[in-house]
Unconditional design. Structure first.
Length: 261
């Protein structure tokens, strides 16, 4: 049995985009190139559906290219590169525990567990309809396929975790918080709340100002709170992706928030 980590670009989204584009093209043909409508209305409809079709084609092409880049079985395997890169920053002491927030298909949880075989890992996720193919059984099956036994998975909410303060020796996450509306710096603090004194964190996300606000001020806040270390590492400089990839994929601002409590 092989693991199935799915794709960060859901096939359903691609099919929906292609279907919408096809419908727009058909409407463009029916109303724009026939004599059903008057000349004035026909011109307006022609332009409207032509623009819609062009936008649909571009959007569908973008999603297809994203799917190919993220595909674990493809040539680029960008998802795997990102997951392995984050896992390299997750160091858990023997007998320790680590939390992966927004585990999705279990990829990061499992990658970290493989690197730290004498520690235990818990992956939590809400597994919403946005990524309907991601679920708890999928994570558990992937762990079995990888021969990993030091993982467990459960439903959870990143904005209000059920774990007590200072439960874990490490926490990690990948591209989660920017998908949640609201105060994302507060969501980070909610995750870090569960970290023990001396524990480490490695959180990868799009830390742009528009999504997170002033992250330099947030880093200072962590240091003022007594965190031993807190820094942002740019991951668009070739470490996990190229600058060009981050731009056309809409991932500009991607960085690793790492440190020690």
């Amino acid at each position: 049995m092989k693991p199935d980590y799915k794709n960060w670009m859901p096939k359903g989204m691609i099919y929906a985009g292609l279907s919408a584009t096809l419908i727009l093209f058909i409407l463009f043909i029916v109303f724009g190139l026939t004599e059903i409508l008057s000349r004035t209305i026909k011109t307006v409809v022609f332009i409207f559906f032509l623009i819609g079709t062009v936008v649909g084609v571009c959007a569908s092409l973008w999603m297809i290219l994203m799917y190919r880049a993220f595909d674990y079985n493809g040539k680029r395997k960008m998802s795997k590169q990102i997951i392995d890169g984050i896992a390299g920053y997750v160091d858990v002491p023997d007998g320790g525990k680590c939390l992966d927030v927004g585990c999705g298909s279990g990829a990061l949880t499992i990658a970290c567990a493989k690197r730290n075989p004498n520690s235990s890992f818990i992956g939590v996720d809400r597994w919403g309809k946005e990524y309907a193919s991601f679920n708890q059984p999928l994570c558990e099956n992937n762990a079995k396929a990888e021969g990993v036994e030091n993982t467990s998975f459960q439903r959870g909410d990143a904005t209000k975790l059920t774990f007590m303060d200072e439960t874990f020796d490490a926490v990690c996450s990948n591209y989660v918080y920017h998908n949640i509306p609201g105060d994302r710096q507060a969501y980070l603090l909610e995750t870090l709340r569960t970290l023990r004194k001396g524990g480490s964190f490695a959180i990868h996300d799009i830390f742009s100002n528009s999504k997170y606000g002033d992250m330099q001020a947030f880093l200072k806040k962590l240091r003022d709170m007594g965190y031993e270390k807190a820094e942002l590492i740019d991951t668009t400089d070739g470490k996990l992706m190229s600058k060009f990839e981050s731009v056309w994929m809409g991932l500009s601002g991607s960085a690793l928030l790492v440190g020690k409590k």
